[in-house]
Design a protein around this ligand. Structure first.
Ligand code: SF4
Length: 239
């Protein structure tokens, strides 16, 4: 499989599975900076790797089982492009009774049966802007958001605020789109974290609060990350 890194948070009994590879090449992807769990610190941090070792489905299932994890979050990279994702999640649900969460850009929807919750990151509603940032059109993603909602999955949405690029007006347009599906869908706005190769800056706290305030006119459950949150210290590296 594409899984190369696993971390665990005992407090929530969550295993985080990190998938290598993505079908987008976002200009502001945080993975240009670091491909490991951002909550790790000290000797657990390994920096950016050379070639990574990809784990087999059995290895992953054994780790989740030994941890006695009750929640599994698939992130990365984009787990949806892994052909074995659905069979892994079905296996974990059957053997370890896990609650399965998929974080994705929403471009490819895998079999939704073994997934309990999906968190879709919509980078822009304006397709020109979306193509400029990710290299791909958002038309399929907009359809997939509706499909996931109609399927009855727990759906959460998120976006990245980038001053003078994906700005407050764009975030507000995304919020209006989400509200057109259901205003109670939770929406999180993440502050852009500068990465090598871009000259965009991180938004100030006031800018991100202002974007959140604007979206609350349409959505009932809006949160944000300002980029200065303390890492969750309980998380430890497994692989
Ligand atoms: S979709 Fe996510 S993981 Fe993929 S390139 Fe964009 S920011 Fe990075």
């Amino acid at each position: 499989m594409n899984v190369y890194h696993i971390t665990y948070e005992p407090e929530t009994r969550t295993a985080y599975l990190y998938f290598w590879g993505c079908n987008f090449s976002c200009r502001g992807c945080i993975r240009r900076k670091d491909v490991y769990d951002m909550h790790l610190h000290g000797p657990q941090r390994a920096g950016n790797p050379g070639p990574v070792r990809l784990l087999s489905q059995s290895e992953i299932a054994d780790v989740v089982n030994e941890l006695n994890a009750k929640r599994v979050t698939c992130l990365g990279g984009d787990a949806s492009i892994d052909q074995e994702l659905s069979s892994l999640l079905a296996r974990l649900k059957k053997d370890s009774r896990t609650y399965n969460i998929l974080l994705t850009n929403g471009y490819c929807l895998p079999d939704l049966k073994p997934i309990d919750e999906i968190q879709i990151s919509l980078k822009a509603l304006d397709d020109r802007l979306h193509k400029d940032f990710t290299g791909k059109s958002n038309l399929t993603i907009l359809e997939n958001i509706n499909l996931a909602y109609d399927y009855g999955l727990k759906l959460r949405m998120e976006s990245i605020l980038i001053p003078a690029y994906i700005d407050r007006q764009e975030i507000e347009a995304i919020a209006r789109f989400i509200a057109g599906i259901d205003p109670i869908i939770p929406y999180r706005i993440d502050a852009f974290i500068p990465v090598p190769g871009t000259d965009w800056r991180q938004p100030t706290l006031e800018e991100i609060e202002s974007a959140a305030h604007a979206t609350r006119r349409y959505l009932r459950n809006v949160t944000f990350l300002c980029g200065k949150e303390k890492p969750r210290s309980q998380i430890r590296k497994i692989i």
